[in-house]
Structures are given as structure tokens and as C-alpha cells.
Ligand binder design. Structure first.
Ligand SMILES: [Zn+2]
Ligand SMILES: [Zn+2]
Length: 408
């Protein structure tokens, strides 16, 4: 059986990984606009002799074939965030981009997806250079658009698993604000699912002095928002986690005009699908019934984004963390409760009914974690992972996962 010891990072490869990481960090791109990143990936994979293809616009898939054996997929997400970097690093981003509406925004790899890309490309180079150490097929999924929940959907809609060999399992990892060199994992449901809606409340406009001629969408929307607060407190089993947040409420332009419509956006997080379905059904019922109570037409619901379940197959996860413990040591592999963040990673395995395992690797050194100030988290303008041992640990865990299937 092969282990990661057969595939060691040389000083030269480690240096090149660091250079690649700094280059990626300095050049973040918005979700589904990762054009330069995709071009870089295509060029690097081709230079390693790894067949590759575009998928879902700015997604890139590398297929590393090495004879008979199992097929395993590993996913790295590639997008940055519309966020002004304030890390003070000499490789900090000064890049800008444009949102869909044309607004110019600063860009930052504020979620650390640059670590994921640098790690997976390095793993690809190691595997391509040590074909005697393994047998089978490794599918390298460089996925765009994680932050908006659009990327995994786009790759699947573009026929990811028709174009790439179907794997027996999909692996993925994410950098987080914990001690570099350590990892965190959860068996079963690991992250929350998420749904965001825009609800347009239709009323009837009138002069503010003549409410009898109006159907006031402000009063109606306010009742809707208040009633929505009772879903979690009155309808959901206390043993099930759920969050419903109405994050925006906009209507009207002037104090003496009752507007014809109002808009609210809301965000739902749950750990399990049954609770999500129950919350969404309650939302639809309340939104519709409050409109009826006001004599207003049926409101319009637009789905802004959805994030699927992130479910770590218990058997596969338990077997993998056992290997992680052998590689990293008992103390550096920590089981944690589900986290209330969301990911679209789970869609890739769910689409073909194969298990997946997703874990977190630490990105901070001890001085940052034990220092005076708040610890910079993902999506903070100060989020600056320590390059080492973060990246080398990411390489070791990714290799350990991949070789657990194709290592002979
Ligand atoms: Zn993020
Ligand atoms: Zn992320």
C-alpha cells in the first residue's frame, strides 16, 4: 500500500507551490468570472501532461489516468470575494472586478480558495510524477462560483459526470481559522444547507392621506416579517437547528406616497433537509396567507441562491480520519459539531449518488490565535492564512484522501 511518504514535497516543489499561492492570492476573481484562474489552471495541467477540459464556464477539470483501478474525485473551489483586502501582506490583492450590474468592486481571496487551488495543483504534480505509487484515475475538479452557490450547479448542468470518469467518492477541503497543521471534521451533516429568497409584495399605491384607496405593501410586509419569526420558535422541533433571517426590507420612495410594492430578502439555514422543507413550506404559507389577509395579490418569490446538504458519509469519513490521525497525529485531527456555514461541494457527489467527505484545515499560526485582537475569519478583510504549515498540511491531507482509494 502506498502512503504519502512515497510522495513527498521536495523543497523545490514547496517553493513553487508558495510562488503559485502568492500569484493566485494577488489575482482573485469574482464568482463565475474566474477567467484568468481558469486559463492558468489549463496551462498548468497541460504542462504536467494532464488531460483537461472546461466545464460550467470557468470550471476546469483535470483527469489523471494511471491504468486500472478506482476513480476518485477531489474538488477545489477557485473564486474570490468582492472585498477590499486589508492584510498588509506584500502579495495582497489590489485587483478590482465588476458585479453583474456593472458596479466596480475590490477583490480579495478572502475565503482562502487560493490555498485550495495551490494545494490541488501541487497534489496533481506529485501524482503525475509518481505513477508507480498509485493506480486508477484521479479527477481534479477546479470549481468556480462557490460563494454564490452557482458553480457546482453550472458544472453539473454542463455534464461534469458525463465528461469526466464517474468517481466512487468525492473529496474536498476548506481552510479555516484554526491552528495550521491541524484539521477539523464532522461525521454526517457537516454544514448547514441554505436558501435565499427575494419576496416581492404586491399592493396598490395611493396618496398617503388616502389609505382607503391603497393596499399597503409596507404594513403587509411588516406583518409577514413578524409572523415569519414564529416559524423557528413555534413550528420547529427544538432539537432541530434552523435560522430564518429577513435581511432586507425595501419599499417606497417618499413619505407621502403609499408604494405599490415592497421587497424583502430572506435567508434560511438548516442542518437537515426535512427541517429545511418544513421551514420553506411554512414561509410559503405565511407569505401567501398574509397577502390574502390584506386583500393583496399573491406575492412573487424569486430564489436567489441555494446551497445543498454537506453530508460526510459516516463510513468513509471514519476510515479517512483514521488515516489522517496516522499522518498528522492524534491531537491534530479534531471532531467538531456542524458549522453554520454553507457550501455547494455536496452537490457534486449527490448528483451521482456517491459518498463525499469534506473537512477543514487550519490556516493560522499560534501567535494569531493567541494574540490580543480578534482572530481573522474567512470573509474578513484581514484573513491571511500562514503559508506554512497550512499549504503542506493541505497537500498531505489531500494526498492521504486520494491515496486511500487509488494507493493500491
Ligand atoms: Zn466563503
Ligand atoms: Zn469558501
Amino acid at each position: 500500500m502506498s502512503t504519502t511518504t512515497d510522495l513527498q514535497l521536495t523543497d523545490d516543489l514547496r517553493r513553487r507551490m508558495h510562488r503559485l499561492y502568492r500569484e493566485l492570492h494577488a489575482h482573485p476573481e469574482l464568482s463565475m468570472q474566474e477567467h484568468a484562474t481558469a486559463a492558468l489552471l489549463e496551462q498548468r495541467l497541460a504542462a504536467l501532461g494532464i488531460e483537461n477540459f472546461r466545464c460550467g464556464g470557468t470550471g476546469v477539470v483535470g483527469v489523471l489516468r494511471n491504468g486500472e483501478g478506482p476513480t476518485v474525485a477531489f474538488r477545489a473551489d477557485t473564486d474570490g470575494l468582492p472585498l477590499a483586502e486589508d492584510t498588509g501582506l506584500d502579495y495582497a490583492s489590489t485587483a478590482t472586478g465588476h458585479l453583474e450590474d456593472g458596479t466596480e468592486v475590490p477583490l480579495m481571496h478572502g475565503c482562502g480558495h487560493d490555498t485550495h487551488v495551490a494545494v490541488l495543483l501541487t497534489v496533481a504534480e506529485l501524482l503525475a510524477g509518481a505513477r508507480e505509487a498509485w493506480a486508477g484515475t484521479v479527477v481534479l475538479v477546479f470549481q468556480p462560483g462557490e460563494e454564490t452557490g452557482a458553480g457546482a450547479k453550472a458544472m453539473l448542468a454542463d455534464g461534469l459526470w458525463d465528461k469526466a470518469p464517474v468517481p466512487e467518492i468525492v473529496f474536498g477541503q476548506h481552510v479555516m481559522p484554526a491552528l495550521a497543521g491541524t484539521i477539523r471534521y464532522t461525521v454526517g451533516d457537516a454544514l448547514t444547507m441554505a436558501v435565499s429568497w427575494k419576496v416581492t409584495v404586491h399592493g396598490k399605491g395611493a396618496h398617503a392621506s388616502q389609505p382607503q384607496d391603497a393596499t399597503d405593501p409596507i404594513v403587509l410586509g411588516a406583518h409577514m416579517i413578524t409572523r415569519i419569526q414564529t416559524i423557528v420558535s413555534r413550528e420547529i422541533d427544538a432539537r432541530r437547528a434552523a435560522v430564518v433571517t429577513v435581511a432586507t426590507f425595501h419599499g417606497g420612495l417618499k413619505e407621502n406616497i403609499i408604494p405599490a410594492s415592497a421587497e424583502l430578502t430572506l435567508n434560511v439555514r438548516t442542518i437537515d433537509p426535512a427541517t429545511r422543507d418544513k421551514v420553506l413550506a411554512a414561509l410559503r404559507r405565511i407569505i401567501s396567507a398574509e397577502a390574502t389577509a390584506s386583500g393583496a395579490p399573491e406575492p412573487t418569490i424569486e430564489v436567489l441562491s441555494t446551497f445543498p446538504r454537506t453530508y460526510n458519509d459516516p463510513e468513509a469519513t471514519t476510515a479517512l480520519v483514521e488515516r489522517f490521525r496516522q499522518v498528522l497525529g492524534e491531537d491534530d485531527v479534531v471532531e467538531v459539531e456542524p458549522v453554520t456555514a454553507s457550501e455547494d461541494f455536496g452537490a457534486l457527489g449527490a448528483a451521482i449518488g456517491v459518498p463525499s467527505v469534506f473537512w477543514m484545515f487550519g490556516g493560522h499560526d499560534g501567535a494569531v490565535l493567541e494574540g490580543e485582537g480578534p482572530v481573522p475569519v474567512n470573509h474578513s478583510p484581514f484573513f491571511a492564512p500562514a503559508i506554512e504549515p497550512t499549504l503542506s498540511t493541505g497537500v498531505r491531507t489531500a494526498l492521504t484522501a486520494i491515496l486511500s482509494r487509488v494507493g493500491g
